[in-house]
Ligand binder design. Sequence first.
Ligand code: PLP
Length: 376
Amino acid sequence: MKIPFNKPFIIGKEIDYIRESVRSGHIAGDGLFTKKCHSFLEKRLNARKVLLTTSCTSALEMAAILCRVGHGDEVILPSYTFVSTANAFYLRGAKLVFVDIRPDTMNIDEGLIGDAVTKRTKAIVPVHYAGVGCEMDAIMEIAKKNRLDVIEDAAQGIGAAYKGKHLGTIGDFGVLSFHETKNCICGEGGALIINSQRCIERAEIIREKGTNRSKFFRGEVDKYTWVDVGSSYLPSDLLAAFLYAQLENMDKITKRRKEIYDLYSKGLKPLADAGVMELPVIPSHCRPNYHMFHVKLENKKVRDGLLGYLKSKSIHTVFHYIPLHLSPVGRSMGYVKGRLPVTESASDRLLRLPFYYNLTKPEMDRIIMNIKKFFK
Ligand SMILES: Cc1ncc(COP(=O)(O)O)c(C=O)c1O
């Protein structure tokens, strides 16, 4: 039997809620369940304002517009991230300044950010890799000192916290993903967290194609019109209905994911102790959401060997980001191999193990047993 890397799941009333959404007469954006998701997330994350979006990519694009990033501005971000973290700002003409990551958490190395700041720097985009918080105190201090915006890419971070604050609620903006590979899912989906009151109205406008339709629906204006730039960033209420059922079960999802995480940690500890692999690191001040379980092998050859061996046993494991600075677009900006050594090494050595809500104990035993067999 094949063990996939990821499997979408239904946990509660997803289908009932989709029916209810249809019955409500509004399945376009900002219907009954979109509002329920907004209130749930605002309360749960202790966030000023949350707006569902069609994806985390859309939420990042909205954040870039809200920060008024434009040609000539520089944006500091890790190279070890998904393409959307960079594209949102590249689309607005910004120059991307890639900074290396920490070897332990693989989050942006806060100690290197200061040197990357110039007069043209507009924003910092920390990415909370695997739902483990970046060193936000240090990042916020640099941002404050240099008057920079901070957009937290918490695509993988729903429910996780840094020093008691939910990821995505510490900077000026935060973004979440509900893609089918994340902890809480709706296929494709995301959210923008807006942490400053003065940006809320503009965010609503940008999300509604640049119009003040949200105000119109609230009865605050008698007709709506084009008032700013924008696009269609709001998801159908059908997706929100699916998502709401998942959000209601967030604690159950986290509990199950913790069990999976702990089983992997325990099962692979002997190999880590023998120096064969590195296991994930979670600093004590970070509350994780158990989004991912990754191991780091000695080198690329061993990593690819293990991936191929597990594939031959019908176990699907995957590597993660190809560093953006070494992508064709990154290279066109002048980046070369060797520039970000920790990023390059992590990317070569990292392997992500199957991780999804319905992963069973026997399946995990099989995965761990085969990893051990490979190293015998
Ligand atoms: C760090 C990071 N940012 C952004 C995204 C984009 O998320 P979405 O697929 O919801 O657009 C991802 C996707 O996995 C991601 O890992």
